[in-house]
Write a protein that binds this ligand. Structure first.
Ligand code: MN
Length: 157
C-alpha cells in the first residue's frame, strides 16, 4: 500500500508486507508508471500492519496528514541464480522485484539499494516495462484516498 503524506514536504510512503510487518520507503516524488523514471525511495522503519489503513493527522502526533493513496496485494518475483528469493532476503541483498495489484499501481516494479550519497537508506524505485506501464498518466493529479475518496486537505484541522 501507499500513503500520501502531506507533511513538511509532501511524499509517498510505499509499504510492503514482509514477514508480518510493513517494510517502508518514503518516496519524495511518488511512484511513476513510466519505466524511464527513477524515483528515490528512502528506506524508513518498519510499520505495524495496523498502519496499512491509517488515515488522519500525522501518525503518532507527527506533522501533516496521511491518506491511503493506493492499496492491494503484491507478489514477490525476485529471482536469484534461477531460484525464487524470499522477500526478506531480497531486501537484505538490496534488490526486490515485485508485481503490484493495486487500484492505481499495477504491474512489475523494482526496488534497488544504491550507494548514492553513500547512504544505504537510499533505494531507487522503477517501473518494469510491462502492461502496467504508462508514459502518459500523471499520478500527481490523482490525489485522493482509495478508501474514502478524501484528499489530504480534507484532513487538515
Ligand atoms: Mn511519511
Amino acid at each position: 500500500m501507499v500513503q500520501r503524506h502531506d507533511a513538511t514536504t509532501l511524499h509517498f510512503d510505499l509499504r510492503l508486507e514482509v514477514d508480518g510487518v510493513l517494510a517502508s520507503w518514503a518516496v519524495p516524488k511518488g511512484p511513476s508508471l513510466d519505466p524511464a523514471d527513477k524515483r528515490l525511495a528512502v528506506r524508513v522503519g518498519d510499520h505495524e500492519m495496523s498502519h496499512a489503513t491509517y488515515e488522519g493527522r500525522g501518525a503518532g502526533g507527527g506533522p501533516g496528514t496521511v491518506i491511503v493513496w493506493d492499496t492491494g496485494t503484491y507478489e514477490n518475483v525476485t529471482v536469484r541464480q534461477g531460484r525464487p528469493l524470499p522477500a526478506a532476503e531480497a531486501l537484505e541483498r538490496g534488490h526486490l522485484r515485485f508485481v503490484l495489484h493495486g487500484e492505481k499501481l499495477t504491474g512489475g516494479f523494482a526496488l534497488t539499494r544504491t550507494r548514492m550519497s553513500g547512504d544505504p537508506k537510499n533505494w531507487i524505485l522503477v517501473k518494469i516495462d510491462d502492461d502496467g506501464a504508462d508514459r502518459e498518466r500523471d499520478l500527481a493529479l490523482e490525489d485522493r484516498s482509495v478508501l474514502t475518496e478524501r484528499a489530504n486537505e480534507d484532513l487538515e484541522p
